[in-house]
Design a protein around this ligand. Structure first.
Ligand code: COA
Length: 392
């Protein structure tokens, strides 16, 4: 029996800042962001959007009459949680109308946790093949105005259904992990922006990649040359190029003749437009690849590297299933990215500095969400989510 991803969808905020506007504001050459980091735009959430609304907007297109009754578990991966105790998944479960007999939990390990969710979901389905698991990964990347990390901010969510005999991707059982206690990126509980040692983080990322890869191979994983495409965690898309060169050189392989582009370029398209979406970023890369690679990938294997600072890395692989293109939501996703509202720098800075009231009173929040769900109000420190009436 194969277990893996049966359907997948993503969402990002309806507003963005162009990185050329940011470069102008910060006195940087726009080429630094465009070529040096590989980023064009960053998603900017509205005052009534958070990890819950982004996740619900990503998840609802996946839900139908049949799987509404079969989804036994919701795994919510995030590092932008809205409560220290209550799982963000409980709000999503209600917003998209899943059955009451469901287990729900939130998972955290920086940008890595959605991969833990994939492995856990596969194990649950192996145990009970009639069950389906909804995995959602949703995050808002915030580093602070004027910091080096600012150009790598962004937001987005990916949702997918894990089930037996999946229509899109079967997850291979071989895996390779690397964990190590490092301070390359972290966010203490009292802070709403991340702290990062960006250059050190890149070094640790590459070290974790090689170590995870070696463990994956030792565990019976595919050879480099048997993997047709590669998806990497993308704090900024240029890092995928560095990672892929590193992996190829570790294996003594050449990427001449356009192989680098062929193996990773289609996976980078969406993240160039959304910016970093932390836990969702690797799965945004996977979706971007499936929807935009010109070749028919049926039967081919994709290598994936998941990385969460602090740190945990995991290398694993999936096999693309025949007929996968029939499930594509490419037009929806390209429309979503294209139809966003461009912000002036001053509007972005205002939104960035907005913070939710914390006095425990009743507050209706300003409208900004372009999707189906919004955080409408706060009342006695409780979050009140509603639908907007938009079918987007
Ligand atoms: N034209 C083209 N490229 C240019 C350029 C120009 N005018 N100016 C600079 N560049 C290149 C640099 O050479 C560099 O590329 P290289 O790494 O291949 O040498 C790249 O642009 C970035 O320049 P750099 O000076 O290193 O940028 P920075 O000090 O402003 O910071 C990061 C970049 C990535 C370190 C910073 O944005 C960051 O910390 N981001 C957060 C990363 C993160 O979240 N990590 C944790 C999760 S993995």
């Amino acid at each position: 029996m194969f277990v893996g991803i049966d359907d997948i969808s993503f969402y990002t905020s309806g507003k963005y800042l162009s990185l050329s506007s940011l470069a102008r504001q910060n006195g940087e050459d726009p080429e630094k962001y465009r070529t040096g980091l590989g980023q064009d735009r960053m998603g900017v959430p509205g005052p009534d959007e958070d990890a819950v609304t982004l996740a619900a907007d990503a998840a609802w297109p996946l839900i139908n009459k049949e799987n509404r009754q079969r989804i036994s578990t919701v795994l919510f991966a995030t590092e932008s949680g809205v409560d220290h105790s209550k799982s963000a998944g409980i709000y999503v479960h209600k917003l998209i109308g899943l059955r009451e007999n469901c287990r729900i939990v939130e998972l955290k390990q920086a940008c890595y946790s959605a991969t833990a969710a994939v492995q856990m979901a596969c194990a649950l389905v192996m145990r009970r093949p009639e069950d389906q698991v909804l995995v959602v990964a949703s995050d808002i990347a915030r580093y602070g105005l004027g910091t080096p990390g600012e150009a790598t901010q962004g937001c987005g969510a990916v949702a997918f259904i894990v089930k037996a005999n999946p229509a899109l991707l079967a997850v291979d059982t071989a895996y390779g992990c690397h964990s190590e206690d490092v301070m390359d990126f972290w966010r203490p509980n009292h802070m709403d922006t991340a702290l990062v040692d960006g250059k050190y983080s890149t070094l640790v990322y590459l070290r974790a990649l090689v170590s995870s890869w070696q463990h994956y191979r030792h565990d019976g994983g595919q050879r480099f040359t048997d993997l047709a495409r590669f998806c990497y965690h993308l704090p900024f898309t240029r890092l995928a190029e560095k990672a892929h060169r590193k992996l190829a050189s570790t294996e003594g392989q050449s990427l001449q003749g356009g192989l680098l582009d062929k193996q990773i370029a289609a996976s980078l398209l969406y993240a160039r437009q959304t910016g970093n979406s932390y836990s969702a970023s690797l799965y945004t890369a996977l979706l971007s690849l499936l929807e935009n690679d010109e070749d028919d990938l049926a039967g081919q294997r994709i290598g994936l590297f998941s990385y969460g600072s602090g740190c945990v890395g995991e290398f694993f692989s999936m096999q693309v299933q025949p007929g996968y293109k029939k499930r594509s939501r490419r037009a929806l996703h390209l429309g979503l990215l294209e139809n966003r509202q461009e912000l002036e720098y001053a509007d972005y800075a205002r939104l960035f500095s907005y913070s939710l009231p914390v006095d425990g009173g009743y507050h209706e929040l300003p409208h900004g969400a372009a999707g189906r769900y919004r955080l409408a109000a706060l009342d006695k420190h409780k979050r009140i989510y509603t639908t907007t009436g938009t079918q987007a």
